[in-house]
Design a protein around this ligand. Structure first.
Ligand code: HEM
Ligand code: HEM
Length: 196
């Protein structure tokens, strides 16, 4: 029977790495998540109601819609089409790593839903760079708006903390264990190491 890790090639150099689509979706997600968080941090320094603050918030919503599409593609790809690799580390540590990945997926979905609800509760449609808008199908109270905002902020911070731990683990694998786990998401690293 075909090994799970060899089941799907999609153009990557070898079967020790994720396929190209999974790798692209992973790095696009990472850039968007960090960018969305930084935008919120930056507008926090700007005075309420000013045009630059509004512009950053509008950019946050537009990029949030891009993240929505990326995650909507990534999850089915991960479930049905992308290459699956065996656990990076054997035993409990490996299960912990996998649990963190699932947790990140769940938190990202919750964060996206909250982003939509928060915008709608602000009595505004979600606008994608002014090209089209997604109006609210619901009516919300001020209290709900407040709750969505608080939750969206808390989960945003949680995602960044967990992603930072996840990044630290990946770098630890590379610099301390000297194994090829980071190379699964950066195939070039494995090729470089083979040449040495
Ligand atoms: C906000 C940023 C990030 C998010 C949300 C994120 C999320 C994820 C998720 C959900 C997976 C599981 C992939 C799967 O099996 O479907 C994953 C895998 C991985 N990520 Fe990230 N990631 C982020 C940033 C990073 C960074 C900065 C690095 C490296 C410095 C990194 C390195 C890796 C590696 C090496 C794997 C594969 C681990 C394995 O095969 O067990 N990630 N990431
Ligand atoms: C992981 C991704 C995301 C992170 C880390 C994040 C983070 C944040 C943070 C920290 C705030 C500030 C909260 C406050 O000060 O009350 C915020 C506000 C907001 N976010 Fe997100 N967010 C993400 C994704 C999204 C998505 C996908 C959407 C919707 C498509 C969205 C829509 C909003 C809206 C509408 C606001 C309020 C902006 C305003 O006050 O006008 N966010 N976000």
């Amino acid at each position: 029977m075909q090994n799970q890790s060899q089941a799907n090639d999609f153009g990557t150099a070898n079967s020790d790495t994720y396929d190209r689509v999974s790798i692209s979706l992973h790095w696009i997600t990472a850039i968007l998540v960090v960018g969305l968080y930084l935008l919120a941090e930056i507008w926090g320094f700007l005075e309420k109601g000013t045009p630059p603050r509004h512009a950053l918030q509008a950019l946050h919503v537009s990029l949030g819609l891009v993240l929505t599409v990326v995650i909507a593609l990534r999850i089915p790809w991960r479930a049905f089409a992308g290459r699956r690799l065996p656990q990076a580390t054997p035993g409990l540590l490996g299960y912990a790593g996998t649990a963190v990945h699932y947790l990140l997926y769940v938190l990202l979905i919750i964060q996206i839903v909250l982003g939509f609800l928060f915008r709608w509760a602000q009595d505004e449609s979600l606008s994608f760079f002014g090209l089209f808008t997604i109006p609210s199908p619901f009516v919300f109270s001020t209290e709900q708006r407040h709750n969505f905002g608080e939750l969206h902020e808390t989960i945003g911070t949680l995602i960044i903390i967990i992603a930072a731990g996840h990044m630290a683990a990946a770098l630890f694998h590379y610099y301390v264990f000297h194994d090829s786990v980071l190379g699964r998401m950066i195939p070039r690293l494995n090729r470089l190491n083979r040449k040495v």
